[in-house]
Write a protein of this length. Structure first.
Length: 466
């Protein structure tokens, strides 16, 4: 039998992570099963030694030309440089996964504004944005020019023009299967198989909130002294800081059957149950009782489902959630509300984030989360000590003494630090292609200021003189 060719996907990772890398792992599975290539995922932390990584890649590819996909790099400039080095040394480097297109293209109109993020066309042979199965055509035609017809491909032509092929849409048949044994880390002696103890299951692509277009007015950043009363008008879909809203928009829910097939692929615990997994769906509660029922009918034993929910949709789902908790109790399954994107406890900041809800809604959700703990103590989890990390964005460009005092007052009045507040807040991150990217560029243009770029991220905290 002819040996299969080889491909590897490099993705960004944190050292102590228990999660898998669903997107890259799903892509590797699609490639493995539908092309002449074996494909693995290599999870690379900032601390990993790049010389060891190089050596491991050389051992893996042997005499073959390395074909290396890069995905979910989280804006890491060390990995952008690593990709460029591999490309210079003869590898074929493909930037794929979320934001691959906009990160390759660079920031809007950077050609006329040299301080803006100039994109990654020099670091990668090309980018491929959208569903993994688009790579089938590419990998089958690498040696011929026909790869230029690959859907979703973006590349620089010989006469220096950027060519971007239209993307294919998502097809459920490719979203049924994920291998969980295809992820590796770098060890001293080469690639080491990495065991995943918390999985992810895709149930919805994108976010329904990102399907609603709204005309919004966002305040100026406070650091621009004296002009902080001005506003910027924008049309936004989804939360202003959210890259998912721009990247995926809203495609819709997957069939329960597709979701159950993915659950079947998850590794088992030593007790023969599926490992805990996060349901990737911003509005999972309406379908939760049905999902529990269907897994039971399929003979699958679950240990724990982690939910990510918006506070308003959590409140709206109360009735279904109670049904699901009763069912979960009878099945011995735990439900952990692992992340609610509260983001702030100040109404002005929530408005600037275009979160579409207010502090009162966040507090009502917290009240219900705590009440359910009293009613379903064994089945229901929501607190930091139970593994939840709720969203709290701080600092932001709109922090004032008044907003900080306001937030402090809400935190102590409702005793949020012990169970709700995460150990660390996350500073507001502005990806160049997010709604806030447009906001900050408008501020720059109007006020003749510049904010520093950190790769694909705009440093709103670092204003530079022009
Ligand atoms: C669930 C999720 C999490 C979970 C689990 C993450 C994980 N390790 O998988 C948690 C909450 C832990 C998490 C944490 C973080 N996340 Co997160 N997360 C997501 C989310 C919402 C869904 C990811 C997912 O599974 N999608 C479903 C899969 C099937 O879709 P997909 O990833 O697009 O993959 C498909 C295609 O794109 C393609 N594809 C993907 N890779 C490749 C590679 C090749 C070669 C090819 C051909 C195709 C291909 O194939 C897939 C199937 O068709 C995404 C946003 C989103 N909706 O995509 C962010 C996202 C992946 N996370 C992101 C970030 C930044 C983080 C954090 C760094 C945040 C932080 N500051 O802590 C951490 C890092 C975690 C880590 N590296 O270990 C970014 C990555 C940005 C980027 N472009 O690099 C995203 C895109 C959100 C965003 N835009 O900000 N996250
Ligand atoms: S932050 Fe969450 S709720 Fe807001 S648009 Fe993004 S995915 Fe949807």
């Amino acid at each position: 039998m002819k040996a299969k060719k080889k491909m590897a996907i490099i993705a960004s990772y944190f050292a102590d992570e228990t999660y898998g890398l669903l997107g890259p792992q799903m892509a590797a599975t699609v490639i493995q099963e539908n092309t002449p290539y074996d494909c693995i995922v290599i999870a690379v932390t900032r601390e990993d030694d790049k010389t060891l990584l190089k050596r491991a890649l050389a051992d893996y590819f042997g005499v073959e030309r390395p074909i290396i996909g890069f995905s979910t790099l989280s804006g890491r400039e060390d990995l952008f440089s690593f990709a460029k080095e591999c490309k210079t040394e003869g590898a074929l480097t493909i930037l794929a996964g979320p934001q691959a297109d906009v990160d390759c293209l660079g920031e809007n109109n950077w050609q006329n504004h040299p301080h803006r993020f100039q994109g990654l066309t020099e670091n990668f042979s090309f980018s491929l944005h959208g569903p993994a199965e688009q790579a089938k055509y590419l990998l089958q035609h690498l040696d011929k020019n026909a790869w230029k017809d690959t859907p979703g491909l973006l590349y620089v032509s010989k006469n220096n023009r950027i060519i971007q092929n239209p993307k294919n849409t998502w097809k459920e048949k490719y979203l049924r299967k994920v291998k969980w044994s295809n992820i590796y880390r770098i060890g001293k002696a080469g690639l080491v198989s990495h065991k995943i103890t918390t999985g992810q299951v895709l149930q919805q692509i994108g976010c329904p909130y990102a399907a609603q277009e709204k005309r919004v007015e966002i305040d100026y950043p406070v650091p621009i002294a004296g002009i902080d009363t001005q506003k910027v008008k924008l049309s936004l879909k989804g939360c202003s800081f959210c890259d998912v809203a721009v990247d995926k928009g809203f495609y819709g829910q997957l069939d329960t059957e597709t979701v159950v097939e993915q659950i079947r692929c998850l590794p088992d615990t030593s007790e023969g149950m599926k490992i805990p997994f996060e349901l990737i769906n911003e509005n999972p509660i309406p379908g939760l009782p049905r999902l529990l029922q269907q897994t039971r009918e399929s003979g699958i034993r679950l240990s724990q489902i982690n939910l990510i929910v918006r506070a308003d949709w959590f409140l709206r789902g109360e009735k279904n959630l109670r049904r699901a908790l009763v069912l979960a109790r009878s099945l011995g399954v735990r439900i952990l509300l692992s992340s609610v994107g509260f983001e702030s406890f100040d109404d002005r900041i929530l408005r600037n984030l275009n979160k579409g809800l207010n502090v009162e809604t966040n507090l009502q959700a917290i009240h219900l989360m705590r009440q359910l703990k009293e009613e379903f103590p064994q089945v229901w989890g929501y607190a930091r000590s139970e593994g939840a990390i709720h969203g709290f964005i701080h600092p932001t460009p709109w922090d004032t003494e008044e907003s900080s005092a306001n937030i402090q007052r809400v935190l102590s009045l409702h005793t949020l630090p012990p169970d709700i507040l995460p150990e660390h807040s996350i500073p507001l991150i502005i990806h160049h292609a997010s709604g806030l990217g447009d906001w900050i560029r408008k501020v720059e243009r109007r006020e003749g200021v510049q904010f520093k770029r950190y790769g694909s991220i705009i440093g709103w905290w670092h204003e530079e003189k022009r």
